[in-house]
Design a protein around this ligand. Structure first.
Ligand code: I3P
Length: 128
């Protein structure tokens, strides 16, 4: 039958501003390009939006908030990565497809919260 599967309401876990750079795509190393990004943790995904402060006023129209990219956290790996940057408070997120991101904040407590919350979601997706 053509039954419609209604997804349960996705739980918004966390949202905030972090510095982000992608350092690998499918296992291939990329040149770093740090940018502020609105990061939203919702359901099984980490969704990145461009920092509104860096966008033109034209992009402020309601509903015009198309995510820049999104990451499936199933099978993803998280690790502190202060060795991969001259910045402080850096962790690396590696997806199952071999995409790697560094996320960073100047605020110690904030980055620890993000690390903990993302790790919790990754663990939940693995199951007991
Ligand atoms: C990179 C840029 C990055 C820096 C990176 C540099 O230079 O300065 O900010 O990473 O260091 O290579 P360019 O703009 O010329 O590409 P961090 O800020 O994270 O230290 P790296 O090569 O040691 O990663």
């Amino acid at each position: 039958t053509n039954q419609v599967h209604l997804k349960p309401e996705k739980e918004l876990e966390k949202a905030g501003l972090l510095n982000k750079t992608k350092i690998a795509e499918g296992g291939r190393k990329l040149r770093k390009n740090w940018n502020p990004s609105w990061v939203v943790l919702v359901g099984n995904s980490l969704v990145f939006f461009k920092d509104p402060k860096t966008q033109s006023p034209a992009s402020w129209k309601p509903g015009n908030s198309c995510p820049e990219s999104s990451v499936d956290l199933r099978g993803a790996q998280l690790q502190w990565a202060n060795d991969l940057s001259s910045r402080k408070n850096v962790f690396k997120l590696r997806t199952i497809t071999g995409n790697e991101f560094l996320l960073q904040s100047e605020t110690d407590s904030l980055i620890r919260e993000w690390y903990g919350t993302i790790q919790k979601v990754i663990d939940r997706l693995v199951g007991p």
